[in-house]
Design a protein around this ligand. Structure first.
Ligand SMILES: *[C@@H]1O[C@H](CO)[C@@H](O)[C@H](O)[C@H]1NC(C)=O
Ligand SMILES: *[C@@H]1O[C@H](CO)[C@@H](O)[C@H](O)[C@H]1NC(C)=O
Ligand SMILES: *[C@@H]1O[C@H](CO)[C@@H](O)[C@H](O)[C@H]1NC(C)=O
Ligand SMILES: *[C@@H]1O[C@H](CO)[C@@H](O)[C@H](O)[C@H]1NC(C)=O
Ligand SMILES: *[C@@H]1O[C@H](CO)[C@@H](O)[C@H](O)[C@H]1NC(C)=O
Ligand SMILES: *[C@@H]1O[C@H](CO)[C@@H](O)[C@H](O)[C@H]1NC(C)=O
Ligand SMILES: *[C@@H]1O[C@H](CO)[C@@H](O)[C@H](O)[C@H]1NC(C)=O
Ligand SMILES: *[C@@H]1O[C@H](CO)[C@@H](O)[C@H](O)[C@H]1NC(C)=O
Ligand SMILES: *[C@@H]1O[C@H](CO)[C@@H](O)[C@H](O)[C@H]1NC(C)=O
Ligand SMILES: *[C@@H]1O[C@H](CO)[C@@H](O)[C@H](O)[C@H]1NC(C)=O
Length: 469
């Protein structure tokens, strides 16, 4: 089982900055503001012709304006009203600012002439999103997207830029936060989490789950290997054009019947594909029960059996993780052990600076055991490789001689993700750089924000502050 993690964290500084706008001119309008942020609400088109108006929050008068002059504003320290364009701005939003705001207008005689109401909802923005993707045993992929901080988050998914379809989904839908994708679905998956004051995306480039192997099964007695959960493609014959009829049997059970390039029957249709054009068959979603003897039986034009050839298919689990532990012993020797998980019949081998380990370098163990002891003064780039017939994983360790360094145990670990070791590493680097970038950006923004507040309060030129990251 493999897992990929992605994480996007919005630092707290962000909610300072969330600013929303709302048109509150329609009676009954719904406006949204972000906790800690600001909301700007357009209350009216033109204030020029209205002699007097009040703004009430849940029936409490908070603003009184007459002839474009603000007579009172009870939340003056964190709100602003611009009579010129009829806009009301509320800063440092808290949950208690949610409520019904009404604008009451009066004619020149002081008689109430109109009243309109808007509903303000203060929501916490989404502060972090986590994506976990793992391959299941049959080659399906389970992906979950979870978020923190946001009120009433809504999830949605896209694959290569379009909404996920039922044809790609095994469970869940385009709006649940946990989905299972069918086998062989690959591409650029994006989970988006939004509420009315924030919208956060996280993306994952998926390859299909499972390892693909290829085998030439044209020689009688050929041995073919497939990876558990993966696919195997086996070439059975050179050209099928001249063979009038043939059967493919698995452990003596007929699974395929072909006559004149037409497939008459295929009993394991859901995971078995045969291409008469190039004499190749493909088995998907391999399970251990697919191991066995497959024979190709050919018939001549009279229907008489003319030939039979057999191949052996072995389904193995690929190596899923490798751990290397290196420690210095008291006499300056070095003991290194390499261990793996997940793989069937793993075979170990060692190289030092690109060549096979020699007895001159080894105190115990040999180039094929998983635990070795190296003599004193042996240094260089040590590589342990763990392979079976469906996977091959390397792990390396740069050693100095034991006398030089403080003795201690060093460990390295490699965890398998979908065959693409390099991509996995690159992805991790990109995610880390991204997170560092985001942190620096918000640290800088927060600093700038704090600085602006400080200089505004003190009303003096501050000394230029250095940005330390
Ligand atoms: C605004 O003033 C009230 C009391 O009048 C005070 O409780 C509140 O902390 C002030 N808010 C800000 C942002 O200065
Ligand atoms: C209204 O005017 C104020 C001050 O001129 C400005 O800051 C604000 O952005 C304006 N708002 C709209 C919606 O035009
Ligand atoms: C705001 O208005 C809605 C309907 O217009 C009402 O259901 C709700 O109780 C009101 N809330 C307050 C705090 O007055
Ligand atoms: C989810 O799919 C349904 C129909 O398949 C569609 O109506 C809906 O808009 C989609 N939702 C999102 C968030 O894309
Ligand atoms: C936002 O608000 C509208 C109603 O004003 C609501 O229908 C919708 O579900 C809310 N959520 C999102 C994510 O837009
Ligand atoms: C055989 O043909 C199929 C379908 O055209 C193709 O997918 C497959 O890769 C081919 N295999 C070989 C070994 O040529
Ligand atoms: C497959 O063939 C080998 C030798 O050809 C035989 O030992 C083995 O028992 C066969 N397995 C099955 C399941 O028939
Ligand atoms: C290990 O060494 C022996 C002889 O020194 C060699 O025959 C064998 O191929 C080596 N094994 C590997 C996996 O390199
Ligand atoms: C290891 O190197 C040191 C210093 O270079 C030397 O004194 C020592 O004899 C060497 N040991 C072996 C086993 O070669
Ligand atoms: C793979 O299969 C061959 C025989 O087909 C076998 O000799 C070998 O030991 C297997 N293992 C590896 C790691 O190649």
């Amino acid at each position: 089982m493999e897992a990929v993690l992605g994480l996007i964290v919005m630092l707290l500084g962000l909610s300072h900055g969330v600013e929303t706008h709302c048109d509150g001119r329609q009676d009954g309008a719904q406006c949204y503001g972000a906790l800690g942020g600001s909301v700007e609400i357009k209350l009216m088109d033109s204030t020029s012709k209205i002699p007097r108006y009040h703004l009430l929050k849940n029936s409490l008068k908070i603003l009184d304006v007459r002839k474009k002059k603000i007579l009172s504003n009870i939340i003056q320290n964190r709100s602003l009203f611009f009579p010129s364009n009829g806009t009301f701005r509320l800063n440092y939003l808290s949950r208690t600012d949610s409520g019904n705001y009404s604008l009451k207008t009066f004619d020149s005689d002081g008689k109430a002439s109109d009243e309109q109401t808007l509903h303000l909802f203060v929501q916490a923005p989404v502060s972090s999103v986590l994506l976990v993707s793992e391959c299941l045993s049959q080659g399906e992929r389970r992906v979950s997207c979870s978020s923190e901080g946001g009120d009433s988050p809504q999830y949605s998914w896209t694959l290569d830029g379009r909404t996920l379809t039922d044809a790609e989904l095994l469970s869940g839908n385009n709006e649940t936060n946990v989905i299972t994708l069918k086998q062989h679905v690959s591409g650029h998956l994006v989970c988006s989490v939004r509420n009315n004051v924030s919208n956060v995306f996280i993306e994952h480039r998926m390859s299909t789950c499972g390892v693909e192997t290829y085998c030439d099964g044209r020689q009688d007695g050929a041995r073919c290997y497939g990876a558990l959960g993966g696919s195997v493609e086996i070439k059975l014959m050179d050209s099928t054009s001249k063979i009038p009829r043939y059967h493919l049997l698995k452990n003596s059970l007929k699974i395929l019947d072909v006559r004149k390039k037409k497939i008459l029957s295929n009993i394991i249709e859901h995971k078995f594909l045969f291409f008469p054009s190039n004499g190749t068959f493909r088995l998907n979603y391999l399970s251990r029960t697919d191991s066995g003897n497959y024979s190709l039986k050919t018939f001549d034009s009279d229907g008489k059996a003319s030939d039979e050839q057999t191949l052996h298919l072995f389904v193995q689990a690929p190596v899923s993780s490798v751990l290397l532990v290196s420690e210095c012993l008291s006499q300056g020797e070095r003991r290194v052990s390499c261990s793996s998980e997940g793989g069937d019949s793993p075979q170990y081998s060692w190289t030092l600076d690109g060549h096979t380990l020699t007895d001159a370098e080894l105190l115990s163990g040999n180039n094929e055991s998983n635990i070795i002891t190296l003599k004193q003064n042996v240094s260089g780039r040590l590589v342990c490789s763990v392979r079976n017939n469906v996977s091959n994983v390397f792990i390396e360790h740069r050693m100095s001689t034991c006398g030089d360094s403080i003795s201690g145990i060093q460990t390295s670990r490699w965890v398998y993700e979908n065959n693409s070791l390099l991509m996995c590493g690159l992805r991790a680097v990109v995610v880390i750089l991204l997170l560092i970038g985001i942190s620096i950006y918000f640290a800088w923004k927060k600093k700038k924000h704090d600085k602006a507040e400080v200089s505004a309060e003190e009303r003096q030129t501050a000394n230029p502050q250095e940005l330390t990251v």
